[in-house]
Write a protein that binds this ligand. Structure first.
Ligand code: FRU
Length: 507
């Protein structure tokens, strides 16, 4: 065969393989209950988002990943990138388990001043700080099987090299000693690591990300303690020119609706100690299915939060397909004041609006049993509903299919609670805690009300009162929910309503 023909054949095979790969990318993500506007891995298991950093116009997302099964196992850091927080490019696995253990949760920073000395030829190193979890030592009954290690990238996150000096922070004998979230504390010109240490937080500091010194502890007697503290985060948020420090602490179990959930504290941080304003326990999301949520680093004053959309109560049992686990919609965090109390509110990032397709805008609706589908047409995929009312009253919004399966989202005036009921949402019997109605307090004191629902094939996220009360809920209907209706026994009047069908991010 002539060399030209031979080369031609190679090119042909390579490109048809490539073409197959591309088609596969598009064919995947079509399965029933596959999230269409949320990140999920093509196959395998996913839990916490990890190492989120924004650098050179790219949002880096790593995540707890086990490629070989849809059951939690030896943890890797899966990897995806996005330029708009909406469309995700899947990337090769960033960190594999090694002789020191599995790669548990952690964070990534852009080491702009090259304090770590990993940078070469002016290249800014991205440095990942994560927990090594040593399963052999755990099986041997030791207590110090979790310790902190680092890895760095000199090509803006594409490839990673683990530091030869790992681990950089040894375990003092605390069984749960993990999930380092690192930030640059400019006022003290040092790195701060916020670490979950069993039932409290320990702050460490470092000049170079390699040597760490204990600064203080927080939280033994404050907050919710129904389970282990995990995946913390600390950052200031601006309120009327004043910096208010938010300390996020994920908790499992012990959430307000059972299982895993994200609590937070507000206060001051001086580079050594966190001093809370009060002893209040607050929740970033009251629903059962936002967990391990933390924020992107290196985003300036903007703070963007992302969680894992599941709950350890049933995460290993949910009836998906060749993948298990997804991320929430990224959310912008901000401080609000209710009376003399500060709270953190969150809303979907505005970038998400690029997916809005067909819009139905309506106003002045007197709700009794209002068939919204008659106006919008059936939907078969993601959608966004926003509505506002002059006066809050009892109401419910029902998502349903023709199999009599439904999810009901609403407000109950007597308890002043929002709720989501998935008791009859389809496949529910894989775990006894799943088929339930969940509630969340209404925090707003306003008479007027607004809400946004982000609806995907297997989830709904409720942002009530501009995100003062948030709930995330997953479900698994046997046919996609394509009907939406609104009920009220109370003369609930909708001032304005907007319904958008949304495009899938995978097509
Ligand atoms: C939270 C968590 C973390 C841990 C990781 C292991 O969901 O338990 O504390 O690092 O998951 O996958």
């Amino acid at each position: 065969m002539s060399i030209i023909k031979y080369l031609f054949l190679i090119v042909f095979f390579v490109s048809s393989d490539f073409a197959k790969g591309q088609t596969a990318q598009h064919e995947a993500y079509n399965e029933p209950c596959r999230p269409q506007i949320h990140f999920s891995p093509e196959k395998g298991w996913m839990n916490d988002p990890n190492g989120m950093v924004y650098y050179k116009g790219v949002y880096q997302l790593f995540y707890q990943y086990y490629p070989d099964s849809t059951i939690w196992g030896p943890m890797h850091w899966g990897h995806a990138t996005s330029k708009d927080l909406v469309h995700w490019q899947r990337q090769p696995i960033a960190l594999y388990p090694d002789s020191l253990g599995y790669i548990f949760s952690g964070s990534t920073v852009a080491d702009i001043h090259n304090t770590s000395d990993f940078g070469k030829n002016g290249k800014v190193p991205l440095v990942a700080i994560f927990t090594h979890h040593n399963p052999k030592e755990e099986r041997a009954g030791k207590n110090d099987f979790q310790y902190q290690s680092i890895a760095y990238s000199l090509d803006d996150g594409k490839t990673w090299r683990k530091y030869e000096g790992n681990p950089v922070l040894m375990n003092p004998g605390i069984r749960d000693f993990r999930d380092p979230k690192v930030m640059w504390y400019e006022a003290g010109k040092k790195w701060i690591m916020t670490l979950a240490t069993l039932d409290h937080i320990t702050f460490y500091s470092s000049p170079d990300l390699k040597s760490w010194m204990k600064e203080s502890t927080f939280g033994k007697e404050i907050g919710a303690h129904g389970g282990v503290w995990e995946c913390p985060d600390i950052f200031p948020l601006n309120y009327n020119g004043k910096g208010i420090w938010v300390l996020i602490v994920n908790l499992n179990p012990g959430g307000p609706n059972g299982g895993s959930a994200t609590q937070y504290f507000l206060g001051d941080f001086d580079g050594t100690e966190f001093k809370p304003f009060d002893k209040e326990t607050r929740w970033l999301d009251y629903g059962p299915d936002e967990y391990a949520g933390v924020t992107w680093s290196n985003t300036g004053d903007r703070k963007i939060f992302l969680g894992w959309m599941s709950n350890w109560q049933y995460a290993n049992l949910v009836p998906t397909g060749k993948w298990r686990g997804a991320a929430t919609i990224p959310r912008d965090l901000r401080i609000e004041k209710i009376g003399n109390q500060y709270v953190v509110a969150s809303l979907p990032v505005p970038e998400l609006n690029v997916l809005n397709e067909q819009t139905t805008a309506l106003s002045n609706i007197d709700v009794k049993n209002y068939d919204l589908t008659a106006k919008t047409g059936k939907f078969s995929g993601p959608a966004r509903l926003s509505l506002s009312s002059y006066k809050i009253k009892n109401f419910s919004i029902t998502l349903s299919n023709n199999l009599d399966e439904k999810v009901v989202i609403g407000y109950d005036k007597t308890t002043n609670q929002y709720y989501i009921n998935r008791a009859h949402s389809g496949k529910v019997d894989f775990q006894k805690e799943f088929a339930k109605k969940h509630v969340a307090p209404r925090l707003s004191e306003k008479v007027a009300m607004n809400l946004t629902l982000i609806i995907d094939n297997a989830s709904v996220e409720l942002f009530a009162d501009d995100g003062l009360t948030v709930m995330t809920e997953i479900y698994f209907p046997n046919a996609i929910f394509s009907n939406i209706s609104i009920q009220s026994v109370d003369n609930f009047k909708i001032k304005a309503l907007r319904f958008n069908k949304m495009k899938s991010i995978w097509r």
